[in-house]
Design a protein around this ligand. Structure first.
Ligand SMILES: NC(=O)c1ccc[n+]([C@@H]2O[C@H](COP(=O)([O-])OP(=O)(O)OC[C@H]3O[C@@H](n4cnc5c(N)ncnc54)[C@H](OP(=O)(O)O)[C@@H]3O)[C@@H](O)[C@H]2O)c1
Ligand SMILES: [Mg+2]
Length: 326
């Protein structure tokens, strides 16, 4: 896989073009600020509300989505994935003219056919592999977060160059830009957040906590052991790799982790992961999520409340409050 950096990419391609960032949330705000600091001409598209006020306070020209879509040569879709198809149909599609670019930060709507742009525009993706606020922090510190770029449709012949330039503008060329496809990005992103990043880690923590507390250990102790300290271990893995982490922990932790870990996360878990990946790939998960969203997210609401009421959450809130956190 080729990795692109700042020196491989020309930002001049974007000079004289207007970028319309639709949405000013996690990604929208961070991307818009980074692009502006990189010298791009950025306007924001929103509905009246909290984000509108914030974007204006932070010095942007803010417009209703349809106006921004009209002004933008490159239209960047940074509102929630589930909200995109309707906003696209009503407020963006009418303002797409020949040679414009529609950009996504995640392939979901294009890959699952929920948005089908006309053939006379470029359709690209720049997907930063980090939450928005972290991307902004890194950019301000002179670094960046990695990004994936992809081209779904190349009408002008410049689609790929534009995607690379947009990725550079948000700071990703400082660390590395990888080229992929909408399909690969969508499937790997959904799998990652379900199996490892959000879902997997959540369950690992909750179950570790439950086992300790059920065996009679104090909840505060269990919290520090299976949640708080996880951050320090992940930081080590991030900086030095998995074996680097093992070299940094005690000899006993090294032997215990390497020899017992495979009996905890065993073949059965791997089978579950394969099943989750299959549902991502055959569209089963997307269908289920779209249905849930259209019903008003009752299951999502219930699961989140259940999570908020877990003992580990109550203990954690108290510990973080006493530690002066939020
Ligand atoms: N979150 C991440 O770190 C992350 C990472 C990589 C990729 N992505 C992708 O980036 C995209 C945006 O995700 P996000 O998490 O940044 O979204 P988000 O923070 O949930 O987006 C919220 C923003 O969208 C606006 N919005 C919502 N519905 C709208 C509507 N109907 N009309 C106009 N504006 C509307 C909100 O404005 P109001 O204040 O008016 O509600 C707010 O500014 C998604 O494709 C996502 O998959 C996200
Ligand atoms: Mg995702």
């Amino acid at each position: 896989m080729r990795v692109y950096h700042d020196e491989d990419i020309d930002l001049d391609l974007l000079r004289g073009r207007t970028v319309a960032v639709i949405g000013y949330g996690s990604q929208g705000r961070a991307q818009a600020l980074n692009m502006r600091d990189s010298g791009l001409d950025v306007v924001i598209g929103l509905r009246r509300g909290a984000s509108w006020t914030r974007a204006e306070e932070e010095g942007f020209d803010v417009h209703p989505v349809s106006e921004a879509a009209e002004l933008g040569d490159i239209i960047v879709m940074l509102i929630p994935d589930m909200a995109q198809p309707k906003v696209y149909e009503d407020q963006i599609r009418p303002h797409l003219s020949e040679g414009k670019t529609l950009q996504f930060a995640h392939g979901f709507n294009i890959h699952f056919g929920r948005i089908t742009p006309p053939e006379f525009v470029d359709v690209i993706m720049v997907a930063p592999k980090a939450p928005g606020p972290e991307m902004r922090r890194q950019y301000e510190a002179g670094f960046g977060v990695p990004a994936l770029v992809a081209v779904h449709q190349d009408y002008t012949g410049e689609a790929r160059a534009k995607a690379l330039a947009m990725a550079k503008a948000i700071g990703s060329g400082r660390v590395g830009i990888l080229e992929t496809t909408f399909r690969e990005e969508t499937e790997s992103d959904l799998f990652g957040e379900q199996a490892v990043l959000c879902g997997g880690v959540d369950q690992l923590i909750r179950r570790g906590f439950k086992v300790l507390v059920e065996a009679g250990y104090p909840p505060e102790l269990a919290y520090f052991e299976v949640l708080n300290e996880l951050k320090l271990i992940v930081d080590l893995i991030y900086r030095q790799g998995i074996s680097g982490m093992y070299r940094a922990v005690s000899e006993t932790a090294r032997y215990g982790g390497l020899s017992i870990g495979p009996a905890i996360i065993d073949d059965h878990v791997e089978e579950n992961m394969r099943r989750a990946l299959k549902a991502v790939r055959d569209g089963g998960f997307a269908e289920r999520w779209i249905e849930e969203y259209e019903r008003g997210c009752p299951e999502l609401q219930r699961l989140l409340e259940e999570c908020e009421n877990l003992e580990i959450e109550r203990v954690g809130r108290e510990i973080r409050r006493m530690a002066g956190g939020v």
